[in-house]
Ligand binder design. Structure first.
Ligand SMILES: Cc1cc2nc3c(=O)[nH]c(=O)nc-3n(C[C@H](O)[C@H](O)[C@H](O)COP(=O)(O)OP(=O)(O)OC[C@H]3O[C@@H](n4cnc5c(N)ncnc54)[C@H](O)[C@@H]3O)c2cc1C
Length: 432
């Protein structure tokens, strides 16, 4: 293995965020031969775990929290868990936390992921969200006594929750503004197939509707829709998406409009010695084009974490672009759904049914390919793992034409740091 450790002037690298991306970055730093201190700073008290299990095994009771620990090489990492970063001072190379501590760094990896964005109607703290182990555990406890569960948001997570709820023989209604579930993630065709499966499995849908209000009474919840219909239930879950966890970076003047803006190597634009990776980062993935974008899946976060670590260790101008092919999987309703590449809405679509003339297309197996300029650029399959794997391998092996990143004006400019209120600064104790 070629090791590329170059930044001999780095004594300590601080990684903020101990999820998939942060841990992958730490492992890669060691793999590249970085001998210094690697400090892992994380808001959650738990060590790294498998976040996707929160909407799967934990809810159904097939997994306990201790079964979700993330396997990784803990090679001499220093852990600071249960501490939330609240401010970054890039001039001083320090990160400050809600515990009043201050962490110095030579190199910094921003890997704070995303957190649920709760809509206005979900202001009551009794509305469940689902992003971490604690949320999953709390929801599981509520599901035990529930008879009818209202899920708002028919994306991947909402549909996984519905699958868990029905497997526990609870009634379940799914509300979404789109006419099918999971359209954004799976495309219209597979979105349609899976919506049919869910209907067959007894899910009650209110598609094409938005929630107007949710009120809790002694007898349970009343959720009112935009057409005036009132739905009643014992548990309400909002799975309405997330937003990048960037609140702690607000004083830096960085471009945080769609996550932390990075160049094609995942170096944070405008800051020396800082990279970002995972769900918090927005960067031009040159495999697909020069426009900044996000890749918010488990495997992409792992690959970005590794790429960002290599960039941090490279000398200036020596880091290559970090490119990833988005891919993810989900298991629900007894279906194994896999996605690779981009499901381009304007692409040509080819549908291959594994067993023709079966009414239950999804259960019988189906692969949908998305083509652009006669190239396969996206793939989604249901219960067709074999076909998916060989097509995905071929797609990954085919390089796309190289593209240039659009030069961003912020690239060379140092952002202006907004002053943090003096009293808050003074309270900070120094631990490093
Ligand atoms: C319920 C659920 C199910 C999912 N299922 C799938 C799936 O089946 N397949 C798939 O591919 N993807 C799935 N995902 C998405 C996948 O989990 C994410 O893409 C991945 O976890 C992103 O990794 P990350 O390291 O960027 O961020 P995260 O995993 O979110 O980790 C970020 C970490 O940073 C910490 N943090 C945040 N702010 C601060 C701060 N200020 N200071 C210190 N620490 C901070 C957070 O507490 C967290 O521990 C799922 C996500 C959820 C929520």
């Amino acid at each position: 293995m070629t090791r590329r450790f170059r930044r001999a002037d780095y004594g300590r690298i601080l990684i903020v965020g101990t999820g998939r991306a942060g841990v992958a970055a730490a492992e890669e730093l060691r793999r590249q031969g970085f001998p210094g201190d690697i400090a892992m700073l994380g808001a959650e008290k738990e060590g790294p775990y498998d976040r996707p299990s929160c909407s799967k095994g934990i809810l159904t009771g097939h997994k306990r929290p201790q079964d979700t620990r993330m396997p990784f090489h803990d090679e001499d990492l220093t852990w600071y868990l249960g501490r939330r970063a609240v401010d970054l001072d890039p001039e001083a190379h320090r990160v400050e936390t809600d515990t009043g501590e201050s962490f110095a760094y030579d190199g910094l990896v921003i890997a704070t992921g995303s957190s649920p964005s709760m809509p206005k109607w979900a202001a009551d703290p009794g509305v469940h969200m689902l992003h971490n182990l604690e949320h999953a555990w709390t929801l599981r406890r509520s599901l035990r006594d529930a008879e009818r569960v209202i899920i708002v948001g028919g994306g991947i997570t909402g549909s996984e929750v519905a699958s868990a709820v029905r497997s526990m023989a609870r009634d379940c209604v799914v509300i979404d503004s789109k006419p099918q579930v999971m359209v954004r993630a799976l495309g219209e065709e597979v979105g349609n197939y899976v919506t049919d499966v869910m209907r067959d499995e007894g899910v009650d849908f209110r598609l094409g509707h938005r929630v107007r209000s949710a009120n809790r009474f002694r007898q349970g919840w009343v959720v009112q829709l935009d057409d005036g219909e009132n739905l009643t239930g014992d548990v309400v879950v909002a799975t309405t998406g997330g937003r990048p966890d960037t609140a702690w970076l607000e004083s830096t003047g960085l471009d945080l409009s769609n996550g932390v803006a990075c160049d094609e190597s995942l170096r944070v634009i405008g800051l020396d010695d800082v990279v970002a990776c995972g769900a918090v980062a927005s960067w031009p993935n040159l495999r697909y084009g020069p426009q900044p974008r996000k890749a918010e899946h488990w495997i992409s976060s792992l690959e970005q974490g590794r790429g960002a670590a290599r960039t941090l260790l490279a000398e200036d101008g020596d880091a290559g672009p970090v490119t990833v092919i988005p891919r993810f999987w989900t298991e629900q309703w007894g279906l194994r759904i896999q996605v690779c590449g981009e499901l381009v809405p304007d692409g040509e679509v080819a549908i291959s049914e594994m067993k023709r003339h079966r009414r239950d297309t999804a259960r019988a197996g189906v692969v949908v390919g998305y083509h652009r300029d006669d190239r396969l650029v996206g793939l989604v399959s249901v219960n067709a793992a074999h076909a998916f794997t060989s097509l995905a391998r071929a797609m990954i092996a085919t390089p796309l034409p190289p593209m240039q990143a659009v030069p961003l004006p912020l690239h060379t400019e140092k952002p202006q740091r907004e002053e943090v209120a003096e009293p808050a600064r003074r309270r900070l104790a120094s631990v490093a």
